[in-house]
Design a protein around this ligand. Structure first.
Ligand code: NDP
Ligand code: MG
Length: 382
Protein backbone atom coordinates (compact mmCIF):
# COMPACT_ATOMS: atom_id res chain seq x y z
CA UNK A 1 0.00 0.00 0.00
CA UNK A 2 1.53 3.34 -1.07
CA UNK A 3 0.82 6.51 0.87
CA UNK A 4 -0.11 9.44 -1.36
CA UNK A 5 -0.23 13.19 -0.70
CA UNK A 6 -1.94 15.36 -3.31
CA UNK A 7 -1.54 19.09 -4.02
CA UNK A 8 -4.21 20.58 -6.30
CA UNK A 9 -6.89 17.97 -5.63
CA UNK A 10 -9.76 19.95 -7.21
CA UNK A 11 -7.97 20.59 -10.53
CA UNK A 12 -8.02 18.67 -13.76
CA UNK A 13 -4.98 16.55 -12.84
CA UNK A 14 -6.05 16.42 -9.18
CA UNK A 15 -9.46 14.92 -9.91
CA UNK A 16 -7.99 12.42 -12.37
CA UNK A 17 -5.45 11.41 -9.71
CA UNK A 18 -8.32 10.81 -7.27
CA UNK A 19 -10.01 8.70 -9.93
CA UNK A 20 -6.87 6.55 -10.25
CA UNK A 21 -6.74 6.14 -6.44
CA UNK A 22 -10.44 5.27 -6.31
CA UNK A 23 -9.93 2.58 -8.96
CA UNK A 24 -7.17 0.91 -6.90
CA UNK A 25 -8.08 1.14 -3.21
CA UNK A 26 -5.90 -1.89 -2.46
CA UNK A 27 -2.80 -0.14 -3.87
CA UNK A 28 -3.03 3.44 -2.56
CA UNK A 29 -3.99 5.35 0.56
CA UNK A 30 -4.59 9.11 0.38
CA UNK A 31 -3.04 10.57 3.53
CA UNK A 32 -3.29 14.31 2.86
CA UNK A 33 -4.52 16.71 0.21
CA UNK A 34 -4.52 20.40 -0.64
CA UNK A 35 -6.89 22.45 -2.75
CA UNK A 36 -7.55 26.16 -3.18
CA UNK A 37 -11.14 27.34 -2.77
CA UNK A 38 -13.35 24.84 -4.55
CA UNK A 39 -14.96 23.09 -1.58
CA UNK A 40 -17.96 21.92 -3.65
CA UNK A 41 -15.66 19.75 -5.77
CA UNK A 42 -13.41 18.71 -2.88
CA UNK A 43 -16.07 17.65 -0.36
CA UNK A 44 -17.24 14.34 -1.86
CA UNK A 45 -13.62 13.22 -2.37
CA UNK A 46 -12.65 14.23 1.17
CA UNK A 47 -15.57 12.26 2.60
CA UNK A 48 -14.68 9.28 0.43
CA UNK A 49 -10.92 9.14 1.19
CA UNK A 50 -11.00 10.74 4.67
CA UNK A 51 -7.44 12.13 4.59
CA UNK A 52 -5.91 13.03 7.97
CA UNK A 53 -4.66 16.42 6.84
CA UNK A 54 -6.25 18.98 4.49
CA UNK A 55 -4.83 22.29 3.30
CA UNK A 56 -6.96 25.06 1.77
CA UNK A 57 -6.03 28.49 0.49
CA UNK A 58 -7.70 30.72 3.12
CA UNK A 59 -9.34 30.70 6.57
CA UNK A 60 -12.81 31.29 5.11
CA UNK A 61 -12.57 28.11 3.05
CA UNK A 62 -11.24 26.24 6.11
CA UNK A 63 -14.23 27.39 8.15
CA UNK A 64 -16.68 26.46 5.40
CA UNK A 65 -15.12 23.00 5.03
CA UNK A 66 -15.09 22.28 8.76
CA UNK A 67 -18.82 23.02 8.91
CA UNK A 68 -19.55 20.44 6.20
CA UNK A 69 -17.37 17.49 7.23
CA UNK A 70 -18.63 14.41 9.08
CA UNK A 71 -15.17 13.64 10.57
CA UNK A 72 -12.37 15.72 12.14
CA UNK A 73 -9.20 15.95 10.07
CA UNK A 74 -6.51 18.56 10.71
CA UNK A 75 -7.20 21.59 8.47
CA UNK A 76 -4.39 24.03 7.64
CA UNK A 77 -4.24 27.06 5.33
CA UNK A 78 -2.18 29.09 2.86
CA UNK A 79 1.40 28.57 1.75
CA UNK A 80 2.23 27.04 5.16
CA UNK A 81 -0.62 24.61 4.59
CA UNK A 82 0.91 23.43 1.31
CA UNK A 83 4.22 22.93 3.16
CA UNK A 84 2.45 20.95 5.92
CA UNK A 85 1.05 18.56 3.29
CA UNK A 86 4.47 18.33 1.66
CA UNK A 87 6.05 17.37 5.00
CA UNK A 88 3.27 15.02 6.22
CA UNK A 89 3.62 11.23 6.37
CA UNK A 90 6.88 9.30 6.03
CA UNK A 91 9.95 9.07 3.78
CA UNK A 92 9.13 6.95 0.73
CA UNK A 93 5.59 8.36 0.41
CA UNK A 94 4.64 9.99 -2.90
CA UNK A 95 3.67 13.64 -3.28
CA UNK A 96 1.61 14.31 -6.41
CA UNK A 97 2.15 17.96 -7.21
CA UNK A 98 -0.79 19.09 -9.35
CA UNK A 99 -1.21 22.70 -8.30
CA UNK A 100 -1.09 25.27 -11.04
CA UNK A 101 1.84 27.66 -11.11
CA UNK A 102 5.03 28.53 -9.26
CA UNK A 103 3.18 28.35 -5.92
CA UNK A 104 4.09 24.65 -6.21
CA UNK A 105 7.82 25.26 -5.86
CA UNK A 106 8.38 25.61 -2.07
CA UNK A 107 6.26 22.54 -1.18
CA UNK A 108 8.10 20.44 -3.79
CA UNK A 109 11.44 21.30 -2.17
CA UNK A 110 10.10 20.53 1.33
CA UNK A 111 8.68 17.20 0.21
CA UNK A 112 12.06 16.22 -1.25
CA UNK A 113 13.82 17.21 1.97
CA UNK A 114 11.39 14.98 3.87
CA UNK A 115 12.33 12.01 1.66
CA UNK A 116 9.28 11.83 -0.58
CA UNK A 117 9.28 10.88 -4.23
CA UNK A 118 7.58 13.53 -6.35
CA UNK A 119 5.10 12.75 -9.12
CA UNK A 120 5.40 16.09 -10.87
CA UNK A 121 2.59 17.55 -12.97
CA UNK A 122 3.38 21.10 -11.85
CA UNK A 123 5.86 21.94 -14.62
CA UNK A 124 6.19 25.58 -13.47
CA UNK A 125 8.24 24.29 -10.52
CA UNK A 126 10.90 22.73 -12.76
CA UNK A 127 10.88 25.70 -15.10
CA UNK A 128 11.46 28.28 -12.36
CA UNK A 129 13.99 26.36 -10.26
CA UNK A 130 15.21 23.30 -12.17
CA UNK A 131 18.74 23.70 -10.82
CA UNK A 132 17.53 23.67 -7.19
CA UNK A 133 15.07 20.80 -7.65
CA UNK A 134 17.64 18.55 -9.36
CA UNK A 135 20.27 19.36 -6.73
CA UNK A 136 17.88 18.35 -3.92
CA UNK A 137 16.92 15.23 -5.84
CA UNK A 138 20.57 14.12 -5.81
CA UNK A 139 21.15 15.22 -2.21
CA UNK A 140 18.15 13.35 -0.77
CA UNK A 141 18.13 10.44 -3.24
CA UNK A 142 14.44 10.88 -4.05
CA UNK A 143 12.71 10.29 -7.37
CA UNK A 144 11.23 12.92 -9.63
CA UNK A 145 8.66 11.10 -11.74
CA UNK A 146 7.00 12.87 -14.66
CA UNK A 147 3.21 13.10 -14.94
CA UNK A 148 3.14 15.35 -18.00
CA UNK A 149 2.22 13.00 -20.87
CA UNK A 150 5.21 13.90 -23.06
CA UNK A 151 7.71 13.38 -20.26
CA UNK A 152 6.05 10.21 -19.08
CA UNK A 153 6.36 8.94 -22.66
CA UNK A 154 10.07 9.81 -22.81
CA UNK A 155 10.67 8.32 -19.34
CA UNK A 156 9.19 5.05 -20.63
CA UNK A 157 11.16 5.13 -23.93
CA UNK A 158 14.56 5.82 -22.34
CA UNK A 159 16.75 2.73 -22.11
CA UNK A 160 20.42 1.94 -21.81
CA UNK A 161 23.35 4.33 -21.90
CA UNK A 162 22.55 8.06 -21.91
CA UNK A 163 25.38 8.51 -24.45
CA UNK A 164 23.32 6.53 -26.97
CA UNK A 165 20.47 9.02 -26.90
CA UNK A 166 20.60 11.34 -29.90
CA UNK A 167 17.47 13.41 -29.28
CA UNK A 168 14.29 13.73 -27.28
CA UNK A 169 11.37 14.50 -29.59
CA UNK A 170 8.38 16.18 -27.94
CA UNK A 171 5.10 16.13 -29.83
CA UNK A 172 2.78 19.17 -29.85
CA UNK A 173 -0.87 19.09 -30.85
CA UNK A 174 -0.78 22.76 -31.85
CA UNK A 175 -3.55 23.76 -29.44
CA UNK A 176 -6.80 25.56 -30.13
CA UNK A 177 -5.49 27.76 -32.96
CA UNK A 178 -3.22 25.36 -34.78
CA UNK A 179 -4.91 25.97 -38.14
CA UNK A 180 -4.80 29.77 -37.89
CA UNK A 181 -2.01 32.00 -39.19
CA UNK A 182 -0.45 34.40 -36.67
CA UNK A 183 -2.15 37.41 -38.30
CA UNK A 184 -5.55 35.77 -37.68
CA UNK A 185 -4.97 35.58 -33.91
CA UNK A 186 -5.54 39.29 -33.28
CA UNK A 187 -9.13 39.17 -32.10
CA UNK A 188 -9.47 35.60 -30.77
CA UNK A 189 -11.57 35.24 -27.61
CA UNK A 190 -11.01 33.48 -24.30
CA UNK A 191 -13.75 31.01 -25.17
CA UNK A 192 -12.05 30.11 -28.45
CA UNK A 193 -8.67 29.72 -26.71
CA UNK A 194 -10.20 27.36 -24.14
CA UNK A 195 -11.52 25.03 -26.83
CA UNK A 196 -8.61 22.53 -27.10
CA UNK A 197 -9.07 19.96 -29.89
CA UNK A 198 -7.68 16.90 -28.03
CA UNK A 199 -7.21 17.37 -24.29
CA UNK A 200 -9.52 18.59 -21.53
CA UNK A 201 -7.33 20.48 -19.03
CA UNK A 202 -7.29 23.43 -16.63
CA UNK A 203 -7.74 26.93 -18.11
CA UNK A 204 -4.15 28.14 -17.77
CA UNK A 205 -2.51 25.17 -19.48
CA UNK A 206 -5.16 25.23 -22.24
CA UNK A 207 -4.19 28.83 -23.04
CA UNK A 208 -0.51 27.81 -22.81
CA UNK A 209 -1.23 25.14 -25.42
CA UNK A 210 -2.81 27.72 -27.73
CA UNK A 211 0.23 30.03 -27.50
CA UNK A 212 2.58 27.01 -27.56
CA UNK A 213 4.14 28.30 -24.33
CA UNK A 214 3.14 24.94 -22.87
CA UNK A 215 5.54 23.19 -25.22
CA UNK A 216 8.22 25.74 -24.37
CA UNK A 217 7.77 25.04 -20.64
CA UNK A 218 7.91 21.33 -21.50
CA UNK A 219 11.23 21.70 -23.33
CA UNK A 220 12.69 23.29 -20.18
CA UNK A 221 11.01 20.60 -18.06
CA UNK A 222 12.60 17.89 -20.26
CA UNK A 223 16.01 19.53 -19.98
CA UNK A 224 15.90 19.28 -16.18
CA UNK A 225 14.13 15.93 -15.86
CA UNK A 226 16.41 14.07 -18.26
CA UNK A 227 19.60 16.19 -18.15
CA UNK A 228 19.58 16.66 -21.92
CA UNK A 229 21.02 19.72 -23.74
CA UNK A 230 18.62 22.11 -25.47
CA UNK A 231 20.36 21.26 -28.78
CA UNK A 232 19.15 17.68 -28.37
CA UNK A 233 15.47 18.41 -27.70
CA UNK A 234 13.21 18.75 -30.74
CA UNK A 235 9.53 19.62 -31.04
CA UNK A 236 7.35 18.24 -33.81
CA UNK A 237 3.72 19.07 -34.58
CA UNK A 238 1.47 16.03 -34.31
CA UNK A 239 -2.18 16.98 -34.42
CA UNK A 240 -3.66 13.64 -33.37
CA UNK A 241 -1.98 13.56 -29.90
CA UNK A 242 -1.60 9.78 -30.20
CA UNK A 243 2.21 9.67 -30.12
CA UNK A 244 2.91 11.29 -26.75
CA UNK A 245 6.65 11.78 -27.42
CA UNK A 246 9.72 9.91 -28.67
CA UNK A 247 13.40 9.17 -28.08
CA UNK A 248 15.80 8.96 -31.00
CA UNK A 249 18.97 6.88 -30.51
CA UNK A 250 22.37 7.19 -32.21
CA UNK A 251 21.59 4.30 -34.58
CA UNK A 252 18.58 6.22 -35.92
CA UNK A 253 16.00 4.09 -34.08
CA UNK A 254 13.11 6.13 -32.72
CA UNK A 255 11.08 4.73 -29.82
CA UNK A 256 7.62 6.21 -29.41
CA UNK A 257 4.91 5.99 -26.76
CA UNK A 258 1.37 5.75 -28.13
CA UNK A 259 -1.95 5.98 -26.33
CA UNK A 260 -5.26 7.79 -26.07
CA UNK A 261 -5.17 11.37 -24.75
CA UNK A 262 -6.07 10.32 -21.19
CA UNK A 263 -3.99 11.82 -18.34
CA UNK A 264 -5.03 9.05 -15.97
CA UNK A 265 -2.56 6.76 -17.75
CA UNK A 266 0.61 8.83 -17.08
CA UNK A 267 -0.69 9.71 -13.58
CA UNK A 268 -1.17 6.04 -12.77
CA UNK A 269 2.21 5.09 -14.21
CA UNK A 270 3.90 7.78 -12.09
CA UNK A 271 2.39 6.11 -9.00
CA UNK A 272 3.24 2.51 -9.96
CA UNK A 273 6.42 2.69 -12.09
CA UNK A 274 8.20 0.57 -13.12
CA UNK A 275 5.15 -1.70 -12.70
CA UNK A 276 1.84 -1.18 -14.47
CA UNK A 277 -1.82 -1.62 -13.55
CA UNK A 278 -4.47 -2.64 -16.09
CA UNK A 279 -7.01 -0.17 -17.47
CA UNK A 280 -10.35 -1.21 -19.02
CA UNK A 281 -10.52 -2.07 -22.73
CA UNK A 282 -12.90 0.82 -23.40
CA UNK A 283 -10.13 3.30 -22.58
CA UNK A 284 -7.47 1.67 -24.75
CA UNK A 285 -6.19 2.99 -28.07
CA UNK A 286 -7.68 1.29 -31.13
CA UNK A 287 -5.03 1.86 -33.79
CA UNK A 288 -7.50 1.36 -36.65
CA UNK A 289 -9.68 4.13 -35.20
CA UNK A 290 -6.68 6.45 -34.92
CA UNK A 291 -6.04 5.87 -38.64
CA UNK A 292 -3.28 8.05 -40.14
CA UNK A 293 -0.81 9.89 -37.92
CA UNK A 294 0.69 13.18 -39.13
CA UNK A 295 3.94 14.95 -38.23
CA UNK A 296 5.01 18.45 -39.27
CA UNK A 297 8.10 20.55 -38.73
CA UNK A 298 7.63 23.18 -36.03
CA UNK A 299 7.26 26.81 -37.15
CA UNK A 300 9.04 28.89 -34.49
CA UNK A 301 7.92 32.23 -35.97
CA UNK A 302 4.26 31.25 -35.92
CA UNK A 303 4.59 29.97 -32.35
CA UNK A 304 6.72 32.76 -30.88
CA UNK A 305 6.17 31.74 -27.25
CA UNK A 306 7.95 28.45 -27.93
CA UNK A 307 10.96 30.30 -29.31
CA UNK A 308 11.00 32.67 -26.31
CA UNK A 309 10.84 29.77 -23.88
CA UNK A 310 13.71 27.89 -25.52
CA UNK A 311 15.80 31.08 -25.54
CA UNK A 312 15.08 31.61 -21.83
CA UNK A 313 15.91 27.96 -21.13
CA UNK A 314 19.24 28.26 -22.94
CA UNK A 315 20.05 31.47 -21.11
CA UNK A 316 19.30 29.67 -17.84
CA UNK A 317 19.71 31.17 -14.37
CA UNK A 318 16.75 33.37 -13.50
CA UNK A 319 15.54 33.79 -17.12
CA UNK A 320 13.09 30.84 -17.08
CA UNK A 321 11.62 32.10 -13.77
CA UNK A 322 10.92 35.45 -15.44
CA UNK A 323 9.47 33.73 -18.49
CA UNK A 324 7.17 31.67 -16.29
CA UNK A 325 6.03 34.47 -13.97
CA UNK A 326 5.38 36.83 -16.89
CA UNK A 327 3.41 34.11 -18.64
CA UNK A 328 1.35 33.21 -15.54
CA UNK A 329 0.48 36.87 -15.04
CA UNK A 330 -0.28 37.54 -18.71
CA UNK A 331 -2.44 34.41 -19.07
CA UNK A 332 -4.40 35.35 -15.92
CA UNK A 333 -5.04 38.79 -17.44
CA UNK A 334 -6.08 37.26 -20.76
CA UNK A 335 -8.50 34.91 -18.96
CA UNK A 336 -10.02 37.95 -17.26
CA UNK A 337 -10.40 39.61 -20.68
CA UNK A 338 -8.02 42.41 -19.72
CA UNK A 339 -5.49 41.87 -22.54
CA UNK A 340 -5.55 40.41 -26.05
CA UNK A 341 -4.25 36.96 -26.93
CA UNK A 342 -1.17 38.17 -28.81
CA UNK A 343 -0.21 40.42 -25.90
CA UNK A 344 0.67 37.31 -23.89
CA UNK A 345 3.80 36.71 -26.03
CA UNK A 346 4.54 40.43 -26.18
CA UNK A 347 4.45 40.85 -22.40
CA UNK A 348 6.61 37.78 -21.83
CA UNK A 349 9.16 39.06 -24.34
CA UNK A 350 9.22 42.50 -22.73
CA UNK A 351 9.67 41.07 -19.22
CA UNK A 352 12.62 38.98 -20.45
CA UNK A 353 14.20 41.99 -22.17
CA UNK A 354 13.92 44.11 -19.03
CA UNK A 355 15.40 41.44 -16.77
CA UNK A 356 19.06 41.25 -15.79
CA UNK A 357 19.68 37.49 -15.52
CA UNK A 358 21.20 36.02 -12.35
CA UNK A 359 23.32 32.92 -12.98
CA UNK A 360 22.27 30.61 -10.14
CA UNK A 361 19.47 32.27 -8.17
CA UNK A 362 18.59 31.00 -4.69
CA UNK A 363 15.02 30.05 -3.77
CA UNK A 364 14.53 33.45 -2.09
CA UNK A 365 15.80 35.26 -5.18
CA UNK A 366 13.52 33.22 -7.43
CA UNK A 367 10.46 33.97 -5.31
CA UNK A 368 11.33 37.66 -5.30
CA UNK A 369 11.88 37.74 -9.08
CA UNK A 370 8.59 35.89 -9.53
CA UNK A 371 6.67 38.55 -7.56
CA UNK A 372 8.46 41.47 -9.19
CA UNK A 373 7.87 40.13 -12.69
CA UNK A 374 4.17 39.60 -12.00
CA UNK A 375 3.71 43.18 -10.84
CA UNK A 376 5.69 44.63 -13.78
CA UNK A 377 3.58 42.63 -16.24
CA UNK A 378 0.38 43.75 -14.50
CA UNK A 379 1.54 47.34 -15.12
CA UNK A 380 2.17 46.79 -18.86
CA UNK A 381 -1.55 46.91 -19.58
CA UNK A 382 -2.21 50.17 -17.68
P1 NDP B 1 -6.29 23.34 -12.67
O1 NDP B 1 -6.37 24.81 -12.84
O2 NDP B 1 -7.37 22.48 -13.20
O3 NDP B 1 -6.12 23.01 -11.11
C1 NDP B 1 -5.27 23.72 -10.26
C2 NDP B 1 -5.36 23.17 -8.85
O4 NDP B 1 -4.47 23.91 -8.03
C3 NDP B 1 -6.75 23.33 -8.23
O5 NDP B 1 -6.94 22.25 -7.33
C4 NDP B 1 -6.63 24.64 -7.44
O6 NDP B 1 -7.53 24.73 -6.36
C5 NDP B 1 -5.20 24.49 -6.93
N1 NDP B 1 -4.56 25.76 -6.61
C6 NDP B 1 -4.28 26.79 -7.44
N2 NDP B 1 -3.67 27.79 -6.78
C7 NDP B 1 -3.56 27.37 -5.49
C8 NDP B 1 -3.03 27.93 -4.29
N3 NDP B 1 -2.48 29.16 -4.27
N4 NDP B 1 -3.09 27.20 -3.14
C9 NDP B 1 -3.63 25.97 -3.14
N5 NDP B 1 -4.14 25.38 -4.23
C10 NDP B 1 -4.11 26.08 -5.39
O7 NDP B 1 -4.87 22.92 -13.26
P2 NDP B 1 -4.47 21.58 -14.04
O8 NDP B 1 -4.89 20.37 -13.27
O9 NDP B 1 -4.84 21.70 -15.46
O10 NDP B 1 -2.89 21.70 -14.00
C11 NDP B 1 -2.13 21.50 -12.81
C12 NDP B 1 -0.65 21.41 -13.18
O11 NDP B 1 -0.45 20.27 -13.99
C13 NDP B 1 -0.15 22.61 -14.00
O12 NDP B 1 1.17 22.86 -13.64
C14 NDP B 1 -0.20 22.09 -15.43
O13 NDP B 1 0.75 22.72 -16.26
C15 NDP B 1 0.13 20.62 -15.24
N6 NDP B 1 -0.37 19.72 -16.27
C16 NDP B 1 -1.72 19.61 -16.50
C17 NDP B 1 -2.22 18.77 -17.47
C18 NDP B 1 -3.70 18.58 -17.66
O14 NDP B 1 -4.10 17.71 -18.43
N7 NDP B 1 -4.55 19.34 -17.01
C19 NDP B 1 -1.30 17.98 -18.32
C20 NDP B 1 0.07 18.13 -17.97
C21 NDP B 1 0.51 18.98 -16.99
P3 NDP B 1 -9.04 25.39 -6.44
O15 NDP B 1 -9.51 25.19 -7.84
O16 NDP B 1 -9.78 24.61 -5.42
O17 NDP B 1 -8.92 26.83 -6.09
MG1 MG C 1 2.09 17.93 -21.71
Amino acid sequence: MKSIHLLGATGSIGEQTLDVLANHPEEFKLVSLAYGRNTATALPYIEKFQPELISVQGTETAHELRGLLTYHPEIVTGKEGLIAVAEAGSPGDILVNAVMGSVGLPPTLKAMESGKDIAIANKETLVTAGHIVTELQRKYGVKLIPVDSEHSAIYQCLHGDAKEVEKLILTASGGSFRDKARKDLQGVTVKEALNHPNWSMGAKITVDSATMMNKGLEVIEAHWLFGVDYDDIDVVLHKESIVHSMVEYVDGSILAHLGTPDMRVPIQYALTQPSRLAIPGSRRLKLWEAGALHFEKMDYERFRALKLAIQAGREGGSAPAVLNAANEQAVAMFLEDRIRFLEIDEFVERALEEHETLTAPSLEEILEIDQKTRSSVADYSR
